[in-house]
Write a protein of this length. Structure first.
Length: 135
């Protein structure tokens, strides 16, 4: 179990880097409005933001603390990208993925996986009673 966690921990930065690089390349080639940081932010909001915000709101802490933590969750992906993707890391990631093609298809796959994650997350949260739909 520990080895599985370590291997997942080592793979996670490369998955995030891959998502960032796909966003950057698609932005550069197609002159689209979003870039790598925006794609990471959208993935963050779709997969982690709402469950973490729900957890924060269920804690018995002051309203000001919940608001501050909520704002931090909103800006966290941009802070992460600002720190992670400096000039030297950008060059290393460019070297790692420079021979990839079909950016649109890869971006579509990222969006499809994100939509599946959001649907599963929503279903689990509603079925477990964490979120309530309707009255």
């Amino acid at each position: 179990l520990i080895l599985l966690f370590i291997s997942m921990r080592l793979k996670l930065p490369s998955i995030i880097d891959y998502i960032w690089y796909i966003g950057e390349k698609f932005h550069q080639q197609e002159k689209s409005p979003g870039d790598g940081a925006m794609l990471i932010a959208i993935c963050w909001y779709g997969s982690f933001f709402l469950p973490l915000l729900t957890l924060i709101n269920k804690l018995k802490i002051s309203l000001i603390t919940r608001i501050v933590l909520g704002v931090f969750l909103i800006i966290a992906p941009f802070i992460f990208c600002r720190i992670r993707y400096n000039r030297s890391n950008k060059e290393l990631i460019e070297l790692q993925y420079h021979n990839k093609t079909n950016w649109g298809k890869r971006l579509l796959i990222i969006w499809a996986v994100l939509i599946i994650v959001v649907i599963v997350e929503f279903t689990v949260c509603v079925k477990t009673g964490v979120w309530h739909v309707g009255n």
